[in-house]
Each structure stands twice: as structure tokens, then as C-alpha cells.
Write a protein that binds this ligand. Structure first.
Ligand SMILES: O=C(O)CCC(=O)C(=O)O
Ligand SMILES: [Fe+2]
Length: 247
């Protein structure tokens, strides 16, 4: 079974993210790319549009080629192993995020997801981890890469331990002190895994290509019942991380 190495587990625990090279085979990548291109053709961004542009796919189900990135690649086993003995629940929604050049943008700070747009029940849209499938190369900075504030999942969790988990609603744009950001690099076929509490944002794109990523916001079967604990205790849903980071 595919799973992260002990070193990748430690990186995920410390920095809040990891990129898994070649998680998706070319056949799945090509079908997902064709699907994204169909979506863009059907509802193209306005001609002058630059920077990020999203397509949301609700009630995503097999054999949607976007969902197959998760279910038919090594990603499913890798993520399942990261949260075991918890179980990965199937996402209802996929996000296609494209970033159209030239876009000379540099984010001023990070955001956390799911705070201004809650679930229909009013529950904040927290989740266990963000899985991003790179459909295009972002092997250098400023190619529309995601920016991440390293280790900020720990800072955010400490903040919510002090202020209580419902203070999450106040930190969509966190201002607590954080380490400097880094641009996530990877190639088409690579898989980004980021902790829910990791501050992140969209970057600029000075390359010649429209960046394409498919995101899923994934939950373990424990998440909804225990999200208030999770946002204070970032390793709660990741037993294998507790093993590699134990003193
Ligand atoms: O497009 C990206 O890389 C990031 C998107 C994002 O952070 C969001 O939609 O919440
Ligand atoms: Fe986000």
C-alpha cells in the first residue's frame, strides 16, 4: 500500500504540508485535464480576466474524472494511511482552481478556508486536510503556485487553545505572528496535502501557462464530531504523525 515515508510524515507534521511526487498516473491526469478544459470551454473566464478563477463541482461522483484523481490513484491509500485508523470520507465537492497569467500578485497574508462560507448547518466549513492535484507544472515560484505559511497550523492551534475553538470565526485572515511563507512547487501529477489549519493563499503567475489544480477538502470520519478539538490539537486526526513526532 502506498504511504508517506517517516520523513514525509515529519515534514507534514512540522510544516503543515507535503508534496507527493507522481501520485497520479498519466492516464488519469490526461482525463482530468480534458475535463477541466471542457469546463473552461463551456464557461470561459471573461477575456480580460487574470489571476485566480474557480469552478465548483457539486455532488461529484464516479466516474467524474476529477474524482478519479482521488479514488483511482495512489492518493486514496496515501491519505488513508495518514489518518489511520480513521477512515477517509468521500468528498461531495471538487474545486478546479486556475490562475491566468500574467498576474503579478503577491499575497499580503494567509487565509483559512470555510469561515465566511459555512456549511448549510452553520457549522464552519472545517475539514481534515486539503488535497491538491497539480494538473500543470509549477516547478518554479511565480507560476501561480499556492503560498503556505510554514508551521502556521501549530500557531493557529495554540491561538485557539488560548481563545477557544469558536474564535476560529475571527481568524479567516490570521494576524498572529507566523514564519515567512513559501511557494509550493510541484509538477503535473504531484499531490499537495495541507493541514486544515495551515494558512495559505493564492500567488501570482508570471509564467506563460494557465495553472490548473483540482482541490478536495477532505474529512476523516471523526472530523465533524470533533472539529473543535482538532483545531486546537493539530495531530488529533493523524495518529501516524503522533508516532513519528513523539519525543
Ligand atoms: O488556488 C489556490 O491555489 C488556492 C485556492 C484557495 O486557497 C481557496 O480557494 O481557498
Ligand atoms: Fe484557501
Amino acid at each position: 500500500m502506498d504511504e508517506l515515508s517517516a520523513n514525509q510524515l515529519r515534514l507534514f507534521a512540522d510544516r503543515g504540508y507535503v508534496v507527493v511526487p507522481n501520485a497520479v498516473e498519466p492516464r488519469l491526469l490526461a482525463s482530468a485535464l480534458a475535463e477541466v478544459d471542457r469546463m473552461i470551454t463551456k464557461a470561459p473566464p471573461r477575456g480580460e480576466k487574470r489571476g485566480f478563477h474557480f469552478y465548483w463541482v457539486n455532488d461529484v461522483s464516479p466516474p467524474n474524472p476529477l474524482l478519479l484523481l482521488l479514488t483511482d490513484s495512489s492518493a486514496f491509500d496515501i491519505i488513508s494511511a495518514l489518518i489511520r485508523p480513521l477512515q477517509l470520507t468521500m468528498p461531495q465537492q471538487a474545486q478546479v482552481s486556475i490562475n491566468i497569467p500574467p498576474f503579478p500578485h503577491r499575497p499580503g497574508g494567509p487565509h483559512l478556508d470555510g469561515i465566511s462560507i459555512t456549511e448549510p448547518s452553520g457549522r464552519p466549513g472545517t475539514f481534515t486536510l486539503l488535497a491538491g492535484f497539480f494538473l500543470t507544472d509549477q516547478s518554479q515560484p511565480d507560476m501561480g503556485n499556492l503560498w503556505v505559511w510554514l508551521g502556521s497550523h501549530h500557531v493557529g492551534a495554540a491561538y485557539l487553545t488560548e481563545h477557544g475553538p469558536d474564535a476560529l470565526l475571527n481568524i479567516e485572515h490570521p494576524v498572529y505572528p507566523m514564519a515567512p511563507p513559501e511557494q509550493v512547487v510541484g509538477k503535473a501529477g504531484d499531490l499537495f496535502l495541507g493541514h486544515y489549519m495551515l494558512g495559505h493563499n493564492m500567488g501570482g503567475n508570471l509564467s506563460g501557462d494557465v495553472r490548473r489544480v483540482v482541490y478536495f477538502r477532505l474529512k476523516s470520519n471523526m472530523h465533524v464530531a470533533r472539529w473543535r478539538e482538532y483545531v486546537q490539537n493539530p495531530l488529533l486526526e493523524f495518529a501516524p504523525l503522533r508516532d513519528v513526532t513523539a519525543p
